[in-house]
Design a binder for this molecule. Structure first.
Ligand code: ATP
Ligand code: MG
Length: 331
């Protein structure tokens, strides 16, 4: 398959936990606790997990907004912790991020044209100044916006259109890797589908690579080649998307899939429902052994003593001592 574009190796990102009163360090939040994966050019890795599982922290560590406590982020084989300032500037162009709330990340006092071309002021060698206006129009057209609206302000657009502005801005530097952090989560389902289709068209036309983050499996399902399921800072299962949906082996994945809404429930009368008990434990004090055990219907004594490694079990990596394929659980 060739070399990966992005490799994450046993990545840990820990935040100090300070007491409100004395600002003394009283503990640590293990937001990302040993994540590894490879992402190949032109592919999409979907990353799912409930709120607080560490998805955004992982993304922020990959683009250098957080410092890893240990482990490595390799982009095109280069360890991001070891590159100099000059090379880092270059790499920063190659990795762009699209956020959940385009409104919060778009400056309300700048026109769409100013927003899209902003990055060229910082990276003047990407597009010559004489080409800026033309390039903005091309980018707007590419993301499905009317180029004659380049002089309008963000509040003059709908939520879906604003997300398209965010996408145009991310594409302005001609990145190789685009990290979409809950990029469509705030949109209505029909608008979500349109933006997902746009992202897929852009991937095909521009050869983009995506790390696509969402808390909802149904969102990552169609866009991902491969899906990694995160729980409390760790990946618990990773598989090609068809395999993940057809034969999930980790009890957490099985529970997530069984909880997904079914479009035609009468077609699947016997579909298993697995209910998760309780909330996500705190990442400041994760359970011993398997982090999922406190909510797992299969948990036994061994699970409290021995953390299961993410290794091949029944055809793809799964971090459960008792991994077992379960069919008929996904809608
Ligand atoms: N700067 C920070 N300082 C301290 N703790 C943090 C910081 N950023 C994140 N955390 C904690 O790290 C854990 C993971 O948070 P993160 O935002 O990465 O989760 P997430 O999977 O993106 O959740 P969501 O689906 O809600 O976006 C949470 O417990 C969060 O409170
Ligand atoms: Mg997040």
């Amino acid at each position: 398959m060739g070399d990966p574009l992005l490799s994450v190796r046993d990545l840990h990102t820990t935040f100090p936990l300070r007491s409100a009163l004395l600002r003394r360090r009283v503990g640590a939040v293990q937001a990302v606790a040993g994540v590894s994966f490879d992402l190949h050019p032109g592919r999409t890795l979907g990353l799912v997990g409930e709120s607080g599982s560490g998805k955004s922290t992982l993304a922020r560590t990959v683009i250098g907004l957080e410092r890893p406590t240990s482990g490595q982020v390799l982009f095109q084989g280069r360890d991001l912790a070891e590159v100099g300032a000059r090379e880092m500037r270059h790499l920063r162009r190659d990795i762009q991020m699209i956020f959940q709330d385009p409104y919060a990340s778009l400056n309300p006092r700048r026109t769409v044209e100013q927003i899209v071309r902003e990055a060229w002021e910082i990276h003047p060698d990407v597009v010559p100044r004489a080409r800026w206006a033309g390039e903005v129009r091309e980018l707007l057209e590419r993301v499905g916006l009317d180029p004659s609206h380049a002089g309008r302000y963000p509040h003059q657009f709908s939520g879906g259109q604003r997300q398209r502005i965010g996408i145009a801005r991310a594409l302005a530097l001609r990145p190789k890797l685009v990290i979409c952090d809950e990029a469509v989560s705030a949109l209505d389902v029909s608008v979500q589908a349109q933006v997902l289709n746009l992202l897929q068209d852009l991937q095909r036309d521009l050869g983009l690579t995506y790390l696509f983050i969402a808390h909802d499996l149904s969102v990552v399902r169609h866009i991902s080649d491969e899906i990694a399921v995160m729980y409390l800072g760790r990946v618990v299962e990773q598989a090609p998307r068809h395999e993940l949906f057809a034969r999930p082996t980790h009890p957490y994945t099985q529970a997530l899939l069984s909880a997904a809404p079914v479009p035609r429930p009468w077609d699947q009368p016997g579909r298993a429902r697995i209910l998760l008990q309780g909330d996500l434990p705190s990442p400041t004090d994760p359970p011993s052994g398997c982090r999922f055990r406190t909510r797992c219907p299969k948990a036994v004594t061994r699970c409290a003593q021995e953390a299961p490694a993410l290794v091949e079990r029944h055809g793809h990596p799964s971090a459960c001592h008792f991994a077992e394929p379960l069919t008929g659980v996904a809608p």
